[in-house]
Design a binder for this molecule. Sequence first.
Ligand SMILES: [Zn+2]
Length: 92
Amino acid sequence: MTVYRAAMAHVWLLLGITLAGVSATIATDMLYDHSIVPFALTALLLLWTNRRLGRFACPRCGSNLFVRERIALPWPNKVCSRCGLDLAREHG
Ligand SMILES: [Zn+2]
């Protein structure tokens, strides 16, 4: 798997957790009139899942796929913003 595909899988995982967490928070709020527990669990799960963000780096120069010109964005680069390497293709 290329680093770009791994980074996209990470994005989909975060979106899935967010969607499930929002649904659980809304459902809990409707049933029990408060929703701090599922909200807090969702936030913690997102932070815990996102701890591996640093692994998604360009294999040539080490630039993070989620950073462009020092600005962090929620979707990964297909081409390295620092060295121009095609990250969607397999490299050595
Ligand atoms: Zn690079």
